[in-house]
Design a protein around this ligand. Structure first.
Ligand code: CAA
Length: 301
């Protein structure tokens, strides 16, 4: 028997690429009303125009009825303040990768929203267990009933970019996550049209623990002159049927994001296989961040 996710209203925090994509699939496929918040009005308007573009494309390709597109769009509402999310059944946080920021946000949310609401993070490498620890009310013990109930509703729900296209959600259990939170989060990701793979809360989870050393090795190959940029990428596109070679993928993810994930992996494991390459650090120093900055290993208009 499938488990009901019970999400009647969703909050999405952060209207960047990831938050916007999560709002889109939730409104379109899970058919759930979404409250979208970002502190930047510019980011919100960029996010909404991307959603309009994606819906219009699906309609023009005959994959979506105009009335269904209108209904999906009407389900997405933007809100100025987090207070407006008081009644959501789940919040998915997709803000900058910074542990202190995420801890502060989760602590704030935990105090404001319903005690049975799920607190999910889209983090790609930060420890879910550390985030969950932050929601325990002051004075409560982590192992006591109050502490367990508070931290048990924190979970990792890691979507992949571009969210409307990539079929996977990685479901990450913190040490404290309750089975009910895991079951309902899985059911919700499936309602969004995704397949779920689970991972324990280790640095980088499964996805980035494997992907980041791969991208880093490719950068080191380039650094050492083993092969040219184009040949490194061609090897994986044509030899292994990857949609993008590792250098192009690094640009697509963002080289600053790759560096930050690698630093988290290296710090979290002390394993030299995760040490970021000097060339990656220099690219980030130069603000050659990939697609988003117009230049990385490739140039973009
Ligand atoms: N948002 C929504 N849809 C997008 C999109 C975006 N940003 N970019 C492309 N698409 C859609 C296009 O609209 C198109 O859809 P239709 O077929 O419905 O028309 C489809 O994707 C294919 O796009 P294109 O034909 O323009 O280009 P493509 O065939 O080269 O595919 C790609 C582009 C989907 C990005 C493909 O190159 C790809 O799959 N690349 C690998 C992406 C990947 O590995 N992502 C994971 C990164 S890791 C991560 O996200 C997690 C982390 O923690 C770092």
């Amino acid at each position: 028997m499938s488990i009901a996710h019970g999400i009647k209203r969703l909050g999405v925090l952060g209207a960047g690429q990831m938050g916007t994509g999560i709002a889109f699939v939730s409104a379109l496929h899970a058919k759930v009303p979404v409250l979208l918040h970002d502190k930047s009005a510019h980011q919100i308007s960029k996010g909404l125009s991307l959603i309009d573009k994606l819906l219009a494309k699906d309609v023009s390709k005959g994959r979506l009825q105009p009335s269904d597109a209108d209904e999906a769009r009407a389900r997405i509402q933007t809100v100025d303040a987090l207070e407006a999310m008081r009644d959501v059944d789940m919040v998915v946080e997709a803000v900058t990768e910074n542990l202190d920021l995420k801890r502060a946000i989760f602590r704030d949310f935990a105090a404001k929203i319903r005690p049975d609401a799920i607190l999910a993070t889209n983090t790609s490498s930060i420890s879910i267990t550390k985030i969950a620890r932050a929601v325990i009310p002051e004075g409560a013990s982590a192992a006591g009933e109050e502490g367990k109930a508070a931290s048990g509703r924190v979970v990792g729900l890691h979507f992949f970019n571009p969210v409307p296209v990539m079929k996977l959600v990685e479901l990450i259990s913190a040490v404290q996550t309750s089975q009910d939170t895991l079951d309902r989060s899985r059911a919700f990701a499936e309602a969004c049209g995704k397949e779920v793979a689970t991972s324990q809360d280790v640095p980088g989870f499964v996805s980035n623990a494997l992907l980041m050393p791969f991208i880093n090795e490719a950068i080191m190959c380039l650094e050492k002159g083993v092969a040219t940029r184009d040949d490194i990428d061609k090897t994986f596109r044509l030899g292994m049927a990857h949609p993008m070679g590792p250098l192009q993928l690094g640009d697509f993810i963002g080289l600053d994001t790759c560096l930050s994930i690698q630093q988290t992996l290296y710090k979290g494991t002390s394993d030299s296989k995760y040490r970021p390459s000097v060339l990656l650090e220099r690219m980030v120093d130069a603000q050659y961040l990939g697609k988003k900055s117009g230049r990385g290993f490739y140039e973009y208009n």
